[in-house]
Write a protein that binds this ligand. Structure first.
Ligand SMILES: [Zn+2]
Length: 388
């Protein structure tokens, strides 16, 4: 220590004072390490930014355009006069917790746009962009074709410290193809698939979950109801303790294609309740508490009322618009973002890796850079340059 020059000590002190919550063996002058050791990524298919930021849409709370069965009940549950009260009624965890402790991107009404860049605005191109960090024009259908691109999940799963510690649980049965499980070796439970835990026998409640799931009437053959996907994910979290968990939900897309705005809103509300339960569980467990970041987003947007909200795709105006929420120990509590640069779906992969201290763009130069302000590095850099 005695031979260390004084400016190095001053620099180390300055870096320390920037306000890092955990310093795990930081070397003098090195960028302070992040607190995040685990990441949970959640997507809910095709949930519009309009409902996230504005709450229920009044012109769809009816039988004619929204297919609503009980208009009075839906209004009672989700209609409020002000935008703030309305969105909080629909997604209370996002607006009471994430908007206070984390960040929300994608409110086009406030100059914070978020978009997909694949130009297709449907699911396989979207999940590919989201998980690999770049759009791929060759992916132009939702056919069950194994993805030739390597996802950030596969990339992490090959790194020391992550092998066998990356889990995916999804509603849609395309995920084994999107994540190319034959090549990647990733653990994926998707579609109408029973819960199975590697190396563990199932307990009574897990057996019951499987029985109810496999005997339930199926609204959609290719998409398991989120009511089953979520408990499968929770059991996976509890018993496999992954460092990276990807939970992919699907009800929001299926119900809007079906023209049922009531089911769509209730599905969004359930997603929010699931996020709260997931977050509370993470914070209650020592292996995840204060060391886990949650990223929540969607694969595409949808069109506008009266009919376009049911659809999305190249020809549906506005369906490239998405939203991204981030909550965790390294995310500055800037809440609902305003007047930001455009955030793209392709940034999510490198953002996820960056929270774990991994440089995905160095390995995959085609991948878009992390959302710096969500990780707090931009504010750290600003603080460094502001030092006299
Ligand atoms: Zn769809």
């Amino acid at each position: 220590m005695m031979t260390v020059p004084r400016f190095a000590l001053a620099l180390a002190l300055a870096v320390f004072q920037i306000g890092v919550t955990v310093s795990r063996g930081a070397e003098p002058g090195a960028r302070p390490p992040l607190a995040t050791r685990n990441v949970v990524l959640v997507t809910t298919d095709g949930l519009r930014w309009q409902e996230v930021f504005r709450g229920a849409e009044e012109s769809l709370i009816n039988k004619k355009d929204g297919g609503v069965a009980n208009v009075d009940a839906l209004r009672r549950d989700y209609w409020r006069d002000g935008v703030e009260a309305r969105r909080e009624a629909l997604m209370p965890f996002l607006w009471k917790t994430v908007a206070r402790e984390g960040q929300l991107y994608g409110n086009a009404d406030k100059g914070s746009p978020a978009r997909v860049t694949n130009g297709k605005n449907f699911s396989y191109p979207g999940y590919n962009e989201l998980l690999t960090g770049a759009a791929d024009a060759r992916i132009n259908s939702n056919d069950k074709v194994p993805n030739s691109n390597v996802s950030v999940l596969e990339w992490l799963n090959h790194k020391p410290g992550y092998q066998g510690k990356v889990e995916t649980v999804g509603s849609w049965d395309l995920f084994p193809y999107i994540l190319n499980v034959k090549r990647s070796g990733l653990s994926v439970n998707a579609g109408w698939e029973a819960l199975a835990l590697a190396g563990k026998s199932l307990n009574e409640s897990q057996v019951l979950l499987n029985q109810v799931m496999m005997q339930s009437p199926r609204l959609w053959e290719g998409c398991r109801h989120d009511a089953f996907t979520f408990p499968v994910a929770m059991e996976t979290l509890k018993h496999q303790t992954p460092r990276v968990l990807y939970l992919s939900l699907g009800d929001t897309d299926e119900f809007s294609h079906g023209g049922r705005y009531d089911h769509y809103l209730r599905a969004a509300h359930d997603v929010d309740a699931n996020l709260k339960q997931l977050w509370d569980t993470l914070q209650s467990r020592p292996e995840y508490r204060d060391t886990t970041t949650m990223i929540v987003t969607t694969d595409h947007g949808r069109g506008d009322p009266p009919r376009g909200w049911r659809d999305h795709g190249e020809n549906t105006k506005g369906s490239d618009a998405i939203w991204v929420a981030v909550l965790g120990p390294d995310t500055p509590a800037l809440g609902e973002r305003k007047d930001t640069a455009v955030v793209t779906q392709s940034q999510v992969a490198a953002t996820l890796a960056a929270f774990l201290g991994e440089d995905y763009c160095a390995a995959v130069p085609a991948a878009a850079p992390p959302i710096a302000e969500a990780i707090g590095r931009a504010s750290q850099a600003a603080a460094v340059s502001a030092q006299p």
